[in-house]
Design a protein around this ligand. Structure first.
Ligand SMILES: Cc1ncc(COP(=O)(O)O)c(C=O)c1O
Length: 229
């Protein structure tokens, strides 16, 4: 709930009034768009008002059918917002508590909110400078290097941790020192990539062997193409 408040009530994103000022080139002019389809919109909304069916009903079913046909898929489900569309798609994919969903930070905040609403954790990879969408290489790198090993070892009953997920210079507690992301590139890179293996003096020989065996198995499972870089 606090996250929702932070995102929307205290939003750092403001649309400047100048974007809509008359006489300027507007960022968007929905009135102009409306005028091009005015009759269509008015007759469709009139039908809804006349029937008094404001929840689901024939019009929504007709829309779902038309839109799924337009998209070339078997089903379409009408929802109230983009945020709920993302949320429901994640729920349909059985995403929830304990899951991690990889996405980009270069997006509207709903992208990450829909993930956290399911109880899952959003993880971010960088974007491609050409397309501004998720960089497939960054994704591959991310998946290959830490999380797959972590998940693999976890499934085999081997505990791992990350040291340290947020380097000190990027922690809120030391904000006043004025460091920014990018100031310590290697520290930040390793915070993203390193995985700590079990290591304590009382570890049994058999436990050490188990960890080594599982890592060998993991390395053996990777395809030759994975080793290129
Ligand atoms: C990329 C992206 N995803 C989701 C949304 C959320 O859509 P809605 O405001 O309909 O919930 C937006 C809204 O701007 C968006 O830009």
């Amino acid at each position: 709930m606090q996250r929702l408040k932070d995102c929307f009530l205290n939003s750092e994103i403001r649309i400047p009034q100048s974007a809509f000022e008359v006489g300027m080139v507007p960022f968007i002019d929905l009135t102009r768009q409306y005028k091009t389809i005015e009759e269509e919109i008015l007759s469709a909304t009139k039908k809804v008002y006349e029937k008094g069916r404001f929840i689901l009903g024939e019009e929504v079913s007709a829309f779902e059918e038309e839109f799924s046909r337009y998209c070339g898929v078997r089903f379409g489900v009408g929802v109230d917002s983009g945020t709920n569309a993302l949320h429901l798609a994640l729920k349909a994919a059985d995403i929830g508590e304990g899951d991690e969903v990889i996405t980009v930070a270069h997006s509207f905040v709903a992208t990450a909110l829909a993930i956290s609403l399911t109880g899952a954790k959003p993880l971010f990879v960088d974007i491609d400078p050409e397309t501004y969408t998720m960089d497939p290489n960054a994704l591959e790198h991310f998946l290959r290097h830490r999380n797959t090993l972590h998940t693999f070892l976890e499934e085999k009953g081997v505990g791992t941790l990350i040291h340290y997920p947020i380097p000190i210079h990027l922690q809120k507690a030391f904000r006043e020192l004025g460091y920014r992301r990018g100031n310590l590139p290697l520290t930040e890179q390793y915070a993203r990539e390193l995985l700590s293996l079990p290591l304590f003096p009382e570890m049994a020989e058999s436990e050490i062997e188990e960890v080594a065996t599982q890592i060998k198995l993991f390395v053996g499972q990777k395809s030759p193409a994975d080793d290129e870089d």
